[in-house]
Design a protein. Structure first.
Length: 248
């Protein structure tokens, strides 16, 4: 039975390519890549000559048919994205779901993922977190989006691009409060890898003050809201609890 491999690729540092990923990318009949030119550079660096087809947000549904046909012919296929783990703020979900529905195995080859790399070195609580992908690009929508998350107790993880990092941090200050602990991870695994941590207002000020800190790719982590006391029940429950306690 043919297999679809979902293969993570580096997020900057080519040494993060795993030996298993190299072996699979070499051995499959076809590589489905988000951007064949971009991935072409990665593959040629490793001297991999496997043919590629493009599978991106705009053609995923059409291409899925071709890929399923290939699998039916017995050919193994690998899915990669421009960087990191496919499907994580990247195309592939529709394809994986359809390939599974068609009865084929989908096998993950784990590796780089910017959110995990950021979180594990950031010093923010990592026992529970929610990943919210890219915040909306439009300012009012983004503020509403952050405001809706302000009471969340788990660590919040976002992706952000260099042209929106300052505006996004300003909205984080507005929605979560100036004092909420924030860490941003920039250029992970690359030469200018940087972590900036502090209150939301401090992190914003540092990024505003230094144009270099606005370059590259970002993971933004916001600590969750402090857990409220168990005592904070709704008024009716408090009343009932008071009565019960009196009876004890
Ligand atoms: N699939 C990728 C992954 O597994 O992390 C994410 C793809 S998403 C289109 C690209 C975003 O991921 C960037 O805008 C940035 O927020 C984050 N990212 C990717 N590489 C990064 C890096 N080296 N350092 C910091 N953030 C990175």
């Amino acid at each position: 039975e043919a297999v679809l491999y979902v293969v993570a690729t580096p997020i900057g540092n080519l040494e993060d390519m795993t030996p298993r990923a190299l072996r699979i990318l070499e051995s499959v009949a076809l590589i489905a890549a988000e951007d064949t030119r971009h991935s072409g550079r990665l593959l040629s660096h490793f001297n991999i000559k496997t043919p590629m087809i493009a599978v991106h947000d705009h053609n995923e549904r059409q291409q899925q048919q071709k890929i399923i046909e290939k699998l039916q012919q017995g050919s193994d296929i690998a899915l990669i994205s421009d960087a990191g783990t496919p499907l994580i703020s990247d195309p592939g979900f529709i394809l994986v779901r359809e390939v599974r529905a068609a009865g084929f195995s989908v096998v993950p080859l784990p590796g780089c993922c910017a959110l995990i790399a950021a979180l594990c070195a950031s010093g923010v609580p990592s026992d529970r977190f929610i990943f919210e992908g890219f915040p909306p690009a439009k300012s009012q929508q983004r503020l509403n989006f952050f405001t809706a998350l302000a009471g969340e107790n788990r660590t919040l993880v976002f992706y952000e691009s260099p042209h929106r990092i300052v505006d996004s941090l300003a909205d984080i200050v507005a929605a979560f409060g100036a004092g909420r602990p924030v860490v941003i991870a920039r250029e992970l695994t690359k030469t200018f890898e940087t972590f900036i941590n502090g209150s939301a207002a401090e992190v914003l000020a540092q990024v505003e003050a230094d144009p270099n800190q606005r370059k590259g790719e970002f993971v933004v982590m916001v600590e969750g809201a402090p857990q409220q006391d168990a005592g904070l029940l709704d008024p009716r429950s408090s009343e009932v609890l008071d009565i019960l306690l009196e009876e004890l």
